[in-house]
Design a protein around this ligand. Sequence first.
Ligand SMILES: [Zn+2]
Length: 127
Amino acid sequence: MKNQCEKCGSTLNVEEVNEKGRSILLCRDCREGKRITIRDLLNAIRWDKRHDLDSYSIIFIHRTDEGNIKEIPYSSITEIAGGFFTYSYMGDEAIIPFHRVIQIKNNKTGDILIDRGLNRVKKKITK
Ligand SMILES: [Zn+2]
């Protein structure tokens, strides 16, 4: 299993660092004090030619199904706006505010770009 950043859950460029006398795992962005937003990540995937759009998926809390989570391929995103994105996937279209996004991951490499507590949500559902 890949090392995970203890702040944001990313598995990208994670290193052990010493913070306030204890060692913790941090990704490069968190080590450098950057605050990467969901919007930044979605746009970075879209515009960076090194990324293969088809290998990414977005996991979020689904509005119409309280407490449930949904996973869609990145390629089904139709618009990235100021506070939300829209998608069209298998006949389902919706507007998803960024705060509902739980995880963005690369299914080919297993890299997680951001993780806002998927495990916590899962526990809630299975209880
Ligand atoms: Zn991080």
